[in-house]
Structure formats: C-alpha cells, structure tokens
Design a binder for this molecule. Structure first.
Ligand SMILES: *Cc1c(COP(=O)(O)O)cnc(C)c1O
Length: 431
C-alpha cells in the first residue's frame, strides 16, 4: 500500500511506515494513493462472510503484501475479538448500529485495538521503544490505554481537557498506571490536540522517545473502522439496503471518513450524514463555504466537542479523489443539534423503548430530519449509555446499573499529572 502526505504529495510511504510515523512533516496527514474497489459481485460475496473474514478481505485489499494474509488474520482476530457490532431496530425505518460492545464501551476500541496490534507487529521486528501520544475528548483515552496496556516497549501518554470528560470516562484510563501516563490539561480538547501536533514538529522529541499518535491522525485507526460499515450492511435486512442512509455523530470526523472510504470502495450506501453538536464548524462550512472555527463549547456529547476536526481534510481529499462534489447534498448531508434537541431525542428514543446517550441522540436527530419516505436510516451508537450515566439519568426516568468492574474503577484515585496548555510543559514531561 502506498500513501502520500497531504502536505507534500511527493512524500510516499508504505502502510507500516505510515502507522509508525503517525503524522508526516509539517503535520501532513497520510492518505492512500489508490483505493481498492469491489464490484457488486465481490461485495455480495463479502456480505456472506463473518466479521473477521470480511475484515481480513478489506484490510488486505488496502495493505497488500506488507502483512501476510496469515499474520493479518491473527491481527484481526486479536483486534476484533469480542467487539462485534450489533444492529438494534428502533422502528420500521430506523435502526441503530451499536459499536460499543468492546472493552471500553465505545467504538474507539475498533481502531485503537487494531492500531496496537500493528504497532506490536512492528515491534517484534524493530524492537524500538515507542511513545503513543494521544489527545482525548473522552473515549479515545480509555480505548488507547486499554489496547496498549502492559505492551512491551510501548509508553502511552494521554492528554485530556480537565473537567470536560465524564467521571467514568476519566477513571477508565487515569487509574491504570504501569505504561499508561495521563495528563489533565487546563484547556479544551482542541488545545490538547494542538499539543500533540506540535510535538510532532519537534525533531528532538520525535527521535528521543519514538513519538507516535493514537489519535485518528493514524491511518490504521481509520482502516479498521471501514470494516464495521461492511458488517453493518450485511446485518441490515436485504429490503432495507437499497436506500440506506447512515448518520454519524462527528467530532474529529474519523468515523465518517471511514464510512465514506467504505462507500468509495464500493459499498452501496445511498448517503452519509455528518451530524454535530453545537460545535458546528463543518455544517457551517458546508452551508456557507467559509471555514470559520469558533471557540469550543462544552456539551453533553463531550466526545464531539471539537471545533477544528483533524480528519476534515481527509474528507475533502476523498471527495477530490472520487470527483464527488462536496456541495452536492447527494454525496454528503449534514446538520447540527442543540443541547435541548439532543435531550428531546433521548426522551423520544426512550418512548420508543431504546435507551440512548447524547452522541447517538445527535446522530438520530439529524437522521430524522434528512430521511425520505423510501429510506432506511441507520444512526451510529458510538458509546454505551452507561458511560454517560449521570447525564442520561437526568433526562429519562431510569437508573443505569454499573458493572462491578466500573464501580471498582470509580473508587480508585486518578493518577494524572496536570499542566497548562503549553508545549514547553508537555515537552518537559515527555523528556
Ligand atoms: C470519538 C467519539 C465521537 C466522534 O468520532 P470522530 O471519529 O472523532 O468523529 C462520537 N461519539 C463518541 C461517543 C466518541 O467517543
């Protein structure tokens, strides 16, 4: 597989190099030079395969001979072990794709675990020490920490915005210790993400600690996510596949990039919808043509509190590669949702006998606004409602029971270091 840097398309790397580097010079994101393409007949064959077989087929079509099929099978099995996606029917026309049945109860497990297995694979060969520097708006932290926990030669450093993630989210990665270091930053997620990107510009750091990123900057995370869109399609009833539209709750736009990649390689999704909360830089851009990020606002769908989404440039690149017009709503629909409306949708879903949480509720809201009579709508359940217990219990009359493991974790003291959003403070910590 060949990838180029979006800041310098002469700079070409292999898949394994791209995973190892994370980000290219001048913060260039890597993008595949040429996508595979599956014809209808092949797609139909794949739909009959189980999730692991399907994933191997898809990933192999991207990665090629850099990883043998046998090794890829092992990697997929370890990565996607026990995190099978599920479809929940809400009513005749709407379903939820639940992606939160993995160890840290959010869809981020798919990408983080696959990335960790690739790093582990690389490590067996080159035995270099690596540091996985990651910014989290809530769920990436736990997924990355869990995926790399106790892995030899790997140090993980996670930055999160102080006081802006839920308690359960925080306890899931700030109580582990060992090779997992956590830093609470006095600032927003965008500032945390900016620190990560700045660190990549520092050649001293890069060399000394073998810097890499666990964010969706890393291409391995996105490729892993392409797999569950194919799985979702095969789990949908045949009669609902023809006019399938998928609403994705967006923060950094990694998840929807993966969905659009799935479409571009042949999966016949009619339409994608980019759904955001009040941090609506992209919806405003698509409406007006102006890129005008505002200060990040804290919302109840905190994992989407991002005003400068990292992967948006990849979405634009994908549209360019496919010669799709971004302005044409046939290709990409969008919408943003207020806090009030998010709460109303959680209540509405509850009346339909479905317990949801704020992120999925944002996707559901925009989905409903964009559905035509003939459509079947799928919205993505990106996190388990129990991760947002306090918020959800204030909106609908239920009590969410926590598993023992989480109650125990909540009682452990967090062991985070605290810094202001200054690169010098981060560098000092890392060195
Ligand atoms: C990370 C996250 C999102 C946003 O996903 P992106 O790939 O960053 O767009 C949405 N919902 C939840 C629960 C998340 O953790």
């Amino acid at each position: 597989m060949k990838l180029y840097s979006m800041k310098n398309n002469k700079k070409e790397v292999t898949f394994l190099e791209a995973v190892e580097l994370g980000l290219c010079d001048r913060q260039g994101l890597f993008f595949p030079k040429k996508m595979p393409y599956f014809k209808e007949k092949e797609i139909n064959k794949m739909l009959d395969m189980n999730f692991h077989e399907k994933s191997c087929r898809i990933l192999n079509s991207f990665i090629g001979s850099e990883i043998s099929k046998k090794n890829l099978q092992k990697i997929v099995k370890k990565s996607f072990y026990s995190i099978h996606p599920k479809i929940q029917s809400i009513n005749k026309n709407v379903s939820c794709l639940e992606l939160f049945h993995g160890p840290t109860l959010a869809f981020k497990d798919f990408g983080a675990r696959f990335m960790s297995q690739i790093i582990h694979f690389l490590n067996k060969v080159n035995k270099k020490k690596v540091t996985i520097l990651t910014a989290t708006s809530g769920d990436t932290g736990a997924a990355v920490a869990n995926a790399f926990y106790n892995m030899k030669n790997v140090n993980v450093v996670i930055l999160y915005p102080k006081g802006k993630i839920s308690k359960i989210q925080e306890k899931m990665f700030c109580t582990l210790g060992k090779n997992i270091k956590t830093i609470s930053v006095n600032g927003s997620f965008d500032e945390c993400q900016n620190l990560v990107k700045t660190a990549f510009n520092d050649s001293e750091l890069k060399k000394k600690i073998g810097l890499n990123s666990g964010n969706s900057i890393n291409i391995s995370r996105l490729l892993a996510q392409v797999c569950y869109y194919f799985e979702a399609f095969s789990l949908i009833k045949t009669e609902n596949r023809k006019n399938l539209i998928i609403s994705v709750p967006c923060g950094n736009f990694g998840n929807i990039t993966a969905g659009l990649i799935a479409k571009s390689i042949g999966l016949p999704i009619k339409n994608f919808i980019a759904s955001t909360n009040s941090n609506d830089t992209v919806p405003r851009f698509l409406k007006s043509g102006h890129w005008n990020p505002k200060k990040t606002i804290s919302t109840i769908s905190n994992a989407m509190d991002i005003s400068i989404p990292n992967n948006w440039d990849r979405v634009l690149e994908l549209f360019k590669q496919n010669k799709w017009d971004i302005k044409n709503s046939k290709n990409l629909k969008f919408g943003s949702v207020s806090e009030e409306q998010t709460k109303k949708s959680i209540q509405e879903l509850y009346n339909l006998k479905y317990i949801s949480e704020p992120h999925a509720a944002v996707a559901y809201t925009v989905l409903k606004k964009n559905m035509k009579k003939e459509d079947h709508g799928l919205f993505l359940g990106t996190a388990h409602p129990l991760k947002f217990k306090n918020t959800v219990e204030k909106i609908i009359p239920i009590k969410i029971k926590l598993p023992k493991k989480i109650i125990d974790q909540n009682n452990i003291k967090s062991i985070s270091f605290s810094i202001d959003p200054k690169f010098s403070s981060l560098k000092k910590f890392l060195l």
